[in-house]
Design a protein around this ligand. Structure first.
Ligand SMILES: Cc1ncc(COP(=O)(O)O)c(C=O)c1O
Length: 283
């Protein structure tokens, strides 16, 4: 009962770091990235990490139409940098990650359960896997899209069912906060089709966090994109069995239609509550 209460009261998604990730981080020394800005070493590291990352995620998403890549302080900075220049209005699905709306309010598009009206002139900010329930979904829209793939690295690979990238997608965000519990390290990558309005100049001046790029390298060199999912899937399934929950595609999330969890419902037209399982974790 205590655990059920914890699940009900836990509003946030918070994934702890496993012991072996923690040990791996000890291999990185801050002094290793004391580069002179402009001498090209940081760019070399970032180019390497970009190549590694494109390949790391390739069974989940094809980034070949996105020529440009930038290192950001988590997906949060990617959102900040997107909204800094966004002059159009934006729209989102009910239950979506709420941070963008703290900066600039958008319009919710849902009109019922699995029903929505997309405005072709507004940008759609959307996470896939979805922050609403931790599941992949198929998104077919023609409006401009900002696609947030923060939850990639906490799911299985979808070799024959890659994330569909709507044709007018402009930017794609990635993070290592969730799958690897590295929220404090602020590790993010943004891919764009056109040079980013501000990140591009920053990149030319080698102005980003060199240490974060080294950490992303370390993680990708030691783990596959689905390693965490493989490590924790059995645990997730056990927890879901014990508490009668439906496991999400992301290993740390589940959903439930039980009215006990009404507080955790993110979608008014959908009775599923999103539950973060990590308060139950012992690792
Ligand atoms: C969908 C989504 N995007 C972005 C973020 C922020 O990620 P980061 O820690 O990489 O800044 C979160 C964190 O909860 C999220 O759920």
């Amino acid at each position: 009962m205590e655990y059920k209460k914890e699940l009900k009261n836990n509003r946030w998604v918070d994934v702890p770091m496993t012991g072996d990730v923690w040990h791996l981080l000890k291999e990185q020394r801050v002094a290793d990235t004391y580069y002179r800005r402009g001498d090209g070493q940081a760019t070399q590291d970032l180019d390497w990490v970009e190549a590694l990352h494109r390949n790391w995620v390739h069974e989940l998403i094809d980034l070949s139409d996105f020529e440009y890549c930038y290192a950001t302080n988590g997906a949060t900075e990617a959102i900040n940098q997107w909204l800094l220049h966004e002059e159009r209005e934006y729209q989102y699905f009910q239950g979506e990650y709420e941070y963008p709306s703290l900066i600039k309010p958008g319009t919710e598009v849902c009109t019922g359960y699995k029903e929505y009206t997309i405005d072709p002139n507004k940008v759609l900010y959307v996470s896939n896997p979805s922050a609403a329930d931790g599941n992949f979904f198929n998104l077919d829209v023609d409006c401009p899209v900002i696609l947030d793939c923060t939850y990639i690295s906490s799911t299985n690979v979808q070799e024959f069912n890659k994330i569909h990238i709507p044709p007018n997608t402009e930017q794609i965000f990635f993070s290592f906060s969730k799958g690897f519990g590295l929220v404090g390290n602020r590790l993010g990558l943004v891919y764009t089709k056109k040079p980013h309005k501000t990140l591009h100049s920053c990149k030319e001046f080698e102005n980003w966090n060199y240490g974060s790029v080294k950490t992303m390298d370390l993680i990708m060199a030691n783990y596959d994109v689905d390693t965490m999912w493989k490590q924790h899937r059995a645990w997730q399934l056990n927890m879901c069995k014990e508490y009668s929950l439906i496991p999400s595609d992301c290993f740390f999330l589940a959903t439930s239609g039980d009215p006990y969890y009404t507080k955790r419902r993110r979608m008014k037209y959908n009775p599923s509550a999103r539950l973060c399982l990590t308060p139950l974790i012992e690792w």
